[in-house]
Design a binder for this molecule. Structure first.
Ligand SMILES: Cc1cc2nc3c(=O)[nH]c(=O)nc-3n(C[C@H](O)[C@H](O)[C@H](O)COP(=O)(O)OP(=O)(O)OC[C@H]3O[C@@H](n4cnc5c(N)ncnc54)[C@H](O)[C@@H]3O)c2cc1C
Length: 471
């Protein structure tokens, strides 16, 4: 018998039933581990990388602390907001008082034009009416058509499977949305939240985003973002919360195999050890989940491989002076999509300014060399920000996430599995599982809560309603 076998045996004889192993320390896995530990289970969290946080992390570049990509959330992301509270990070990632997005069009024939997407204190849908009525990037007729489409959107049920197979662009065209309206409004928001343009997006997921964000509650689309590096939240504070909940967290612990034992429990192997557990939550990306699922766990596991992925690119520029006054803005008439001021959160304190240009659905750019991206984006930033024209670029680099999200393509809904597998004790979590949300931090936290809830129910300890609903 190998040493690993011996260790597995040792674990199995003890309290394997009460032991849960969570594989993957992204937001889904951290959430599942906290929920299971809060319910009284002994929990081990195994993460292959040397840090927690999965796809939302930070790293050092000289004196700077850099996020791999700008992350924002909306006030309607109740699960992620609960997560922030649970790890003690809510104050570090506040939500703006009221939705206010500067939108700068640099392609207007009479020179650059600034518009704003803002909400008022009025009830839905009037909260956006004034902003829409004065939005300068659309004609009067286009603005009126947006109002009609928004009312039609309200009647859609995002969970209706029929919507999953349709694309958002076709629906928008049916409701009289011009190509300009799609560009200056629907894609402006949709590309950033869905990581796909309207023609590449399932109507179900688009309806979910726009209905929840813009038409559910008056403050639903107010934007929140971390004022500290993401790693401070998703790694440092998450680790603190896990430690306080008595979760054993192992980093650099890549799981190589998950198998059923003769006594009906599970064995989870890393290169270092074998663990016996009654409950296993696989909170890894879909391709990794496919590789780890034991035979019979899903009726058609190969569906996981049919879930496509979509890239996000971030272009990071450090100027020698302040070139942008707003915390962020969105651009039209330029390849630049969204620009965020990262100066304070990165620790830059010498009078320079650090901007992150966040490019979603970045298929075109994702493999371009840095020199090509530099030649493309620096002149664009100068076009958008006059103050950048005389400024010196002290640093320029890019972060590429080739599989940043699952692709929200029409039909993806039928490929996304739920939290339960066909094998007792084995659960799935991850932003890509069937939460009804696109690949977001919200979806990840919901999936982790769902997996833990299903596991606890099976163990006869129902977890009750999700904590963000129970409050
Ligand atoms: C650049 C970028 C920008 C984004 N912007 C936003 C945004 O603005 N707003 C938003 O809400 N979302 C955004 N997202 C999406 C969001 O980050 C993800 O949806 C979410 O973090 C996914 O969490 P997860 O736990 O489901 O998966 P992951 O973060 O992928 O976590 C899975 C974990 O499993 C680990 N793992 C894999 N295999 C194994 C194994 N065999 N053994 C042990 N561990 C393993 C991985 O190392 C990883 O840590 C963005 C993503 C990127 C990349």
């Amino acid at each position: 018998m190998s040493t690993a076998d011996q260790r597995a045996r040792r674990g199995a004889g003890q309290d394997a039933d009460r032991h849960a192993v969570v594989v993957g320390g992204g937001l889904a896995g951290v959430t599942a581990a906290l929920r299971l530990a809060d319910a009284g289970l002994r929990v081990t969290l195994l993460e292959g990388r040397p840090r927690l946080g999965g796809l939302a992390f930070s790293f050092k570049r000289g004196e700077l602390t850099v996020d791999n990509g700008q992350h924002v959330y909306l006030r309607c992301c109740t699960a992620y907001r609960w997560f922030l509270e649970r790890i003690g990070g809510a104050d570090l990632a506040p939500v703006q008082d009221r939705l206010d997005v500067p939108v700068l069009d640099v392609a207007h024939p009479r020179g650059p034009r600034l518009g704003r997407l803002r909400r008022s204190a009025l009830p839905v849908p009037l909260h956006l009416a004034a902003s829409l009525a004065t939005y300068p990037h659309l004609s009067l007729a286009e603005r009126a058509a947006v109002g009609r489409a928004a009312l039609a959107l309200r009647r859609l049920d995002p969970a209706d499977p029929a919507l999953d197979g349709l694309d958002f662009a076709t629906w928008l065209a049916r409701y009289g949305q011009s190509p300009r309206t799609v560009e200056a409004l629907w894609d402006l928001v949709g590309v950033a939240t869905l990581n796909a343009t309207a023609d590449q997006s399932s109507l179900g997921l688009a309806a979910m985003v726009f209905k929840t964000g813009l038409l559910s509650e008056n403050g639903a689309a107010d934007i929140g973002w971390a004022r500290v590096p993401l790693g401070d939240l998703h790694d440092t504070l998450a680790r603190k919360a896990l430690d306080a909940a008595d979760v054993r967290t192992e980093l650099r612990a890549r799981v190589t195999c998950v198998s059923r034992t003769d006594d009906g429990n599970w064995r989870v192997d890393t290169e270092e050890e074998s663990l016996a557990a009654g409950t296993v939550v696989l909170a890894v990306p879909q391709r990794e989940a496919h590789g780890l699922l034991p035979p019979g766990a899903l009726a058609d596991p190969d569906k996981l491989l049919d879930i496509g992925t979509a890239p996000i690119l971030n272009v990071h520029v450090v100027y020698d002076r302040k070139v942008l006054r707003q915390p962020f803005f969105a651009a039209l008439g330029s390849p630049v999509q969204w620009v965020f001021d990262r100066t304070d959160s990165s620790g830059l304190t010498d009078g320079g300014q650090y901007l992150a240009v966040s490019q979603s659905a970045a298929q075109e750019d994702i493999d371009e060399p840095v020199s090509v991206l530099r030649a493309k984006y620096l002149p664009e930033l100068e076009r958008l920000l006059p103050a950048a024209r005389g400024a010196k670029v002290r640093d320029f680099f890019v972060t590429r996430e080739r599989t940043a999200t699952f692709a929200p393509s029409p039909g993806v809904g039928r490929l996304r599995p739920g939290n339960r597998t066909d094998t007792p004790g084995l659960y799935l979590a991850g932003a890509w599982t069937a939460t009804g949300w696109p690949a977001t931090m919200e979806s990840a936290v919901r999936s982790g809560t769902g997996a833990a809830g299903a596991a606890l129910t099976a163990l006869g300890r129902p977890a009750g309603r999700p904590p963000w609903e129970a409050a």
